[in-house]
Design a protein around this ligand. Structure first.
Ligand code: PEP
Length: 257
């Protein structure tokens, strides 16, 4: 049984004080249920204020949007795994398409980041996804599976038990044009069968695969009630309490069905 996971990727939005008041609003709006795990991934500068606003017993987790693969040292402007752990993070997003395309992250860097997350007891959320050109050229599966195998190279089944994959077609991120449920399911199934082949069936069945890319209150239920879609990585729609709450509620319906 895979627990559904909804992650809000705030990207470069909200100051520390805006984040704290947003979280207070969220706590009174968000429907909570033991069947759906919710994680907030604010900017680094708001991690502390979000953690404080969530309080010690909150059921919402804290995630970061990136990390460096080294533990410490002369890496100006970077943030390491131990720093994130110390701030209460339990998750970290790795290899988001904006990191790949705008900041030049390559599969080899992303692999080191996945390993660094695991070494610091952080659950990596490995993002993968094809560009529009790649989809139109019929290369979706090859691209996504290439990113998955490069990102997870040399990991054991025990490592994979704490990894989450987010399938995020680049053409769907921030465009208002989500993948159809059928398109998302097809890629999720391809990822799961790649894990079954490369590791084993039990590992594949335990792996959570999220969908991300223009998830909205309107399309969330159709996507999230699919058995192959284990949750969502939400960008734009996580910045408003009502839309994030509606998406979370749609995820809760999955288990009721
Ligand atoms: C994202 O950037 O991870 C994302 C899914 O963004 P959006 O929901 O805005 O498409």
């Amino acid at each position: 049984m895979r627990t559904t996971l909804i992650v809000g990727n705030w990207k470069m939005n909200k100051t520390a004080s805006e984040a704290a008041s947003f979280v207070r609003e969220l706590l009174s709006t968000l429907p909570m249920s033991p069947t759906v795990e919710v994680v907030l991934a604010p900017p680094f500068t708001a991690l502390e204020s979000v953690r404080t606003a969530l309080g010690p017993s909150s059921r919402m987790g804290l995630g970061a949007q990136n990390l460096h693969w080294e533990q410490q040292g002369a890496f100006t402007g970077e943030i390491s795994g131990p720093m994130l752990r110390n701030l209460g993070c339990t998750y970290v997003i790795v290899g988001h398409s904006e990191r790949r395309t705008l900041f030049g992250e390559r599969d080899a860097d992303i692999h080191k980041k996945v390993r660094a997350a695991l070494a610091n007891q952080l659950r990596p959320i490995l993002c993968v996804g094809e560009s529009l050109g790649e989809r139109e050229a019929g290369r979706t599966e090859a691209i996504v599976i290439g990113q998955v195998t490069a990102g997870l190279a040399d990991l054991t089944s025990q490592d994979l038990a704490i990894v989450t994959i987010a399938y995020e077609p680049v053409w769907a991120i921030g465009t208002g044009r989500a993948a159809t449920t059928e398109q998302a399911v097809a890629v999720h199934q391809a990822i799961r069968s790649c894990i079954a082949t490369g590791w084993n069936k039990k590992t594949a069945e335990g792996l959570r695969i999220l969908y991300g890319g223009s998830v909205t209150p309107q399309n969330a239920e159709s996507l999230l009630t699919e058995s192959d879609i284990d949750g969502a990585l939400v960008g734009g729609a996580c910045l408003k309490t009502e839309s994030f709450a509606t998406i979370t509620l749609a995820a809760q319906k999955k288990r009721i069905r």
